[in-house]
Design a protein around this ligand. Structure first.
Ligand code: NI
Length: 527
């Protein structure tokens, strides 16, 4: 094409008849003749030019046709990928209608044949991204169903599918929506499934639980714990067999959630989401009041009516003998290092560090971890460290009834006694969460609650330098320092803590040494 264009330009230039020459030709016969001759030659040139231009035009035409075909193909591919338009069965009908939810229309798709009876309602919001995500979920379920219909026997009863949606929260900024999928393929079990999201209407992206809690590990852990308890309670109420949820009901599975109302966060799971299918559907509802501390984030406050956080836990001087009376702390400068949530893979390394420096510590252990680590616990006990009770499964005891609290604590004390021969005299309720029922049950079991006065927040900052600095900067005579031996960064911070505080004249003793005689049912924060 480039070549054609070039020669065309060149020829036009050579045979150009200027207006001046035309004027001259009128008066001068020679020039007239020459001009005539030129005109004839020009005609020939024109034909030649045309002959050369035709392929060029054909080229342009072909390119245009190819482009049009390409655009049309893209168009078809685009629309065929865009559900709901993808469903193209011959017996399929569809229509649009306003939904009862503001700003949302519904696309109804129905199929009624000798084999199936299907009714699908797609939500059509003003955000394409949201429509795409919801339609994709619906179409995935529908494709599976259609395969069953195609492969199933036509003699049998019709297979049925009903897909509908429900909006639980709909503001200018956010949308909570759940899609219910019911399919009866006359198989072993009818399918009852659900998909749910809380969307940011600006981005069209779902908000995850991680985002809602700003990735705070402890807050996420609390939500998982409460969710497990809620499921266990509901199974019990429905007289269903108890289920092990520790592996199946995890943070991952709770990422999508619904704002059921401004006081309730909800997970309306279909069957088989995390339990065997015979359990059926399980909806988990947690009240905002149970998560006041965890939902103090701007986004959470935008979605839910979150009350102000409770006043920080007072740290009154406990009703216990002062440090000076304690004979095991002659200089009066003692601290108690405490390690929660173990025993774990780093506990033995920690015991090496402690014994190397003649330091004693206290371990608040989880009953569920004692059985597999009895040897470690026996070593800790033999080397003069104290073992305390940190419950069996790490629940928030303040949310539980007396029987469950008692079970969590008693089972753990039994496991400790089985391992080291003596039951603990102290317990640390997870999250430091206390309630009158916790106090009562502790008293019944002959234990005191031991909280802490220095929080290293080592679970949040997995950095040994930061952890050491926090412990050292906040240590006072009588301090009870909170650490977790399940994090290697915390264990690695211990040499620094021991060396720095030793230089300041501190000794490292057990909780019992720092608190002296403790009263069962009483709560202690420091010596
Ligand atoms: Ni803990």
């Amino acid at each position: 094409m480039q070549k054609h264009k070039k020669s065309h330009t060149k020829q036009s230039k050579v045979h150009k008849t200027t207006p001046a020459r035309r004027r001259l030709a009128k008066t001068n016969p020679d020039i007239k003749k020459e001009t005539k001759k030129r005109a004839t030659s020009k005609k020939t040139q024109k034909t030649a030019l045309l002959m050369r231009t035709v392929p060029f035009l054909w080229g342009i035409g072909a390119i245009l046709i190819v482009s049009l075909v390409a655009i049309a193909t893209c168009w078809i591919v685009f629309f065929s990928q865009r559900a709901p338009e993808a469903t193209q069965a011959s017996d399929e009908k569809y229509f649009f209608a306003d939904s009862k939810y503001q700003g949302i229309r519904s696309k109804f798709v129905t199929r009624d044949s000798s084999r199936e009876k299907t009714s699908i309602e797609y939500p059509i919001t003003k955000n394409n991204e949201i429509n795409k995500i919801t339609a994709h979920a619906i179409d995935t379920a529908d494709t599976t169903f259609k395969e069953f219909v195609q492969n199933g026997s036509s003699n049998k009863e019709k297979m049925t599918e009903t897909i509908s949606y429900q909006v639980t929260h709909n503001t200018d900024t956010h949308l909570s929506i759940v899609i219910h999928i019911k399919q009866d393929m006359h198989g072993a079990h009818p399918v009852s499934d659900s998909y749910f999201w809380t969307f940011d209407k600006t981005t069209g992206k779902p908000i995850t639980l991680n985002t809602l809690l700003e990735n705070n590990k402890e807050d996420l852990a609390k939500v998982v714990t409460l969710a497990r308890l809620a499921v266990k309670k509901s199974l019990k109420e429905q007289k269903q067999p108890p289920a092990e949820l520790e592996d199946s009901l995890t943070t991952e599975i709770l990422q999508n959630f619904l704002v059921a109302d401004t006081k309730t966060i909800s997970w309306p799971f279909g069957q088989s989401a995390f339990l065997a299918s015979f359990y059926g559907e399980v909806t988990i509802n947690l009240t905002v009041d149970a998560l006041v501390k965890e939902l103090q984030h701007p986004l959470a406050k935008q979605l839910f009516a979150v009350p102000e956080p409770p006043a920080p836990q007072p740290q009154p001087a406990p009703a216990s003998p002062p440090v000076a009376q304690n004979t095991s702390c002659p200089q009066g400068r003692c601290v108690a290092l405490t390690f929660d949530d173990g025993p774990g893979p780093y506990t033995n390394k920690l015991l090496d560090i402690l014994s190397g420096r003649g330091a004693k510590a206290t371990f608040f252990v989880l009953g569920s971890k004692v059985a597999g680590n009895a040897g470690t616990l026996q070593r800790a006990h033999k080397e003069g460290h104290q073992i305390g009770n940190h419950t069996w499964g790490h629940p928030d005891l303040s949310q539980l009834g007396p029987d469950v609290i008692n079970g969590e604590l008693a089972r753990t004390s039994d496991a400790i006694r089985a391992a080291i021969g003596t039951a603990p005299n102290s317990a640390r309720p997870p999250y430091g969460a206390m309630s009158p029922a916790v106090t009562t049950e502790l008293a019944k079991l002959g234990m005191s609650a031991v909280l802490w006065s220095v929080d290293t927040r080592d679970w949040a900052d997995r950095n040994s330098d930061i952890v050491c600095n926090r412990a050292v900067a906040n240590a006072r005579p009588g301090s009870i320092i909170l650490l977790h031996d399940i994090h290697v960064s915390s264990v690695d911070a211990v040499p620094c803590i021991l060396d720095t505080l030793s230089k300041q004249g501190y000794s490292f003793v057990t909780v019992n040494s720092i608190l002296g005689t403790m009263a069962p049912g009483q709560t202690y924060y420091a010596g």
